[in-house]
Design a protein around this ligand. Sequence first.
Ligand code: 5AD
Ligand code: SF4
Length: 470
Amino acid sequence: MSAGRTPIAAANGKAEFVPGSLRVHVITWGCQMNVYDSDRMTDVLATAGYGQAASPAEADLIILNTCHIREHAAEKLFSELGRLRRLKESRAAAGGRLRLAVAGCVAQAAGAEILARAPFVDLVFGPQTYHRLPSLLARVEAEGTAIDTEFPAEPKFDFLPEQRAGATGPVAFLAIQEGCDKFCSFCVVPYTRGAEQSRPAAAVLTEARQLVASGAREITLLGQNVNAWRGAGPDGKDWTLARLLRALAEIPGLLRLRYTTSHPRDMTDALIAAHGEIPALMPFLHLPVQSGSDAVLTRMNRRHRAADYLRIVERLRAARPDIALSSDFIVGHPGESAADFAATLALVRAVGFAQAFSFKYSPRPGTPAAAAPGQIPEEEKKTRLATLQALLREQQGRFNQTMVGRELPVLFTGPGRHPGQLVGRSPYLQPVHLDAPHAWLGSIRSVRILAAHPNSLAAASLQPQEHAAA
Ligand code: 5AD
Ligand code: SF4
């Protein structure tokens, strides 16, 4: 980069040089961990003098943070790169310069292919190396392109800046764990994110305090297997997630806690009990089950049976009777029979989900299921998905309907769809819309739920004063 001189697109199409500012624009696809990673990339780049650009046209560096979990990841990437190539060329024609970088799980899985198919890309790096961004950019400067898809020995978290570059909104993500050792048959995560790693409790607590100091009222702890988190506590003892949640709940001003995504195998007694004991821990849990058939769960290498899942749900509800449950489902995993699929529907009926995500099985290159016998035809997957989604939609609608007439504490997080409206979150993670003053942003207020929609609630104000707690 030519430090100190930044070309940005001007209204007349010519590059305009603004002294002293380099700007990055990150485009994020995929999971909440990618959203967190993108924020942290901008933090790292802030230490190298980069501000944030609101749009690609204003950026010196564009990073595409990609997701590889399901189909069309590569096609989506290459079509976006095609668009950005034109921007890069018009910038060059105007005497300016634009750098293009590809990050995330597609970069990890297909780094060399990206550089071969899109040689105008300057930089490719995986999810574990973005703490090296300043030196990677220096390599681009010296060598033209750079690729870094290592799984380095040093955990990136130890090298990320302590301070966040941007302002934090009322709700924030905090990565506490990364990677996965479970190797479910269908999943690329163990290959793209690497082995399970937990951050030490002290680092998590420090980051949480900073997020609260810059405005966060609700923090969602993130990890591919977040409930497998194990870390050294500041007291020198070995902490579990339940212990960490207790310590986080003591931070003044931190009113709400959530964690995602969990594996049923790691729902320990202590963690289940924590749902009844920590008021700041919100009554909502995303706990993927994937299938309700033991035969499919075995083929998926899930390490739990349907009955284990139902037992966990029962115990969670004993600890916290109003807990709302969410899950992930895959239909059409290789070998899934009509009876297996019926078992999934039966599990859904037995649990009653507040919301859920469901997907057609998508073969991921390099995973065991991709090469397994008994691949299910696309049409059959489509039919099964439609049946499952109809049931899940009905359950979500019914759950939202139970809120009507109730008084709920809502954390206001942003402007709503209409002028004068705000949107917030219920304890059960439902978006709630309300006509309310802008000054309510970041506060928790009691509201009366007036109506339920398929994906949100409408409310009237009950309490002009702020809540001091959840
Ligand atoms: N095909 C379809 N869905 C998948 N998921 C993960 N891998 C695949 C795949 N190959 C789903 C799982 C997981 C969620 C994040 O994505 O349900 O829990
Ligand atoms: Fe993927 Fe299974 Fe690990 Fe979840 S637990 S990240 S589905 S391998």
